[in-house]
Design a protein around this ligand. Structure first.
Ligand SMILES: O=P(O)(O)OC[C@H]1O[C@H](O)[C@H](O)[C@@H](O)[C@@H]1O
Length: 285
């Protein structure tokens, strides 16, 4: 595959990364998982994406950090929720641990566009015949588009997330704005609560917000981050806090302080009719 002049392949541990270095930004995408691991716009030189310093880059385990592509289900598979001892299906689907292929790279007036596909969109636990494509535009902003096309002869329902780990200065000082309405709290048995007006962090947070805001802002000192979304039915907000960070092998004990996940997600299910394509998009500003 001939790469555009802004793109090159580098190796880190056991994985290959597509590095994009253009007039607007520098970015890195792991070909294992099709996972954006870094996005640094030149205008402020500020890394937007958090990657765990203890992440495993062995090309086997899912990478802790970046933008994992969760597809075609989100979180635990429906069967696991009914049978907790059933480990047949991986959490967050099967494409974040696959090798992805570069389909195309193009440099244009606003940056670079990269198109990737997983080795296979088919897998145990999902009956749909789908084709999955990730289009990443690296420019002044970073756009991630996940295209799910129904190539079969029956409609299907899928779930997914662009599970972005944002790099923050200190989660204790962060606030989130743009969310409203109800959320389901995974730390409290999926009970429903109202979104707080002042949205700050002081404990483990794992919330499925059942609204579709076009913009969520992370107030991060004087270095705000904007998360624009389309095609979603939910926004998931996650921080494991200290005890879970300590328990996770691929996270440093204090790792939770410098990250916050704001995930553009489909948790309730999206139907895709025969021949149709559904697009989930997140733009990082
Ligand atoms: O550890 P992982 O499988 O990567 O999942 C990490 C997290 O992803 C989402 O944010 C879920 O809402 C959390 O419940 C989960 O812990």
């Amino acid at each position: 595959m001939l790469l555009s002049s802004s793109c090159s392949i580098i190796t880190r541990d056991n994985i290959q990364l597509l590095r994009i270095d253009n007039a607007f930004a520098i970015a890195e995408i792991s070909l294992f998982g099709g996972q954006l691991l870094s996005f640094i716009p030149r205008q402020d030189q500020r890394e937007r994406i958090w990657l765990s310093q203890a992440a495993s880059l062995d090309g086997k385990q899912a990478i802790r950090g970046g933008v994992p592509v969760c597809w075609p289900w989100f979180g635990d598979h429906a069967i696991k929720r009914q049978q907790p001892n059933n480990n047949d299906f991986p959490a967050h689907g099967y494409v974040r641990t696959q090798q992805w292929q570069i389909i195309n790279t193009v440099d244009n007036a606003s940056g670079s566009q990269v198109t990737l596909k997983p080795q296979s969109s088919l897998g145990a636990g999902f009956a749909g015949k789908a084709e999955l494509t990730l289009i990443v535009d690296v420019g002044k902003h970073c756009s991630l588009q996940l295209l799910t096309t129904n190539t079969g002869d029956e409609s299907f329902t899928y779930r997914c997330a662009l599970h972005t780990y944002f790099a923050v200065n200190n989660v204790n000082d962060c606030a989130v704005s743009g969310l409203s309405g109800k959320y389901l709290d995974k730390t409290r048995g999926m009970q429903e609560f109202s979104t707080p007006q002042s949205y700050r962090f002081s404990e483990e947070t794992d919330r499925v917000h059942l609204s579709q805001p076009a913009l969520v802002k992370i107030e991060n000192g004087n270095e705000p981050i904007e998360v624009h979304s389309t095609g979603h039915d939910s926004i998931v907000v996650w921080n494991p806090w200290q005890a879970k960070s300590i328990a996770m092998k691929d996270m440093q004990d204090e790792g939770y302080l410098s990250m916050l996940c704001v995930e553009t997600a489909i948790t309730q299910g999206q139907v895709v009719a025969v021949g149709e394509t559904h697009v989930l998009q997140q733009i990082i500003v």
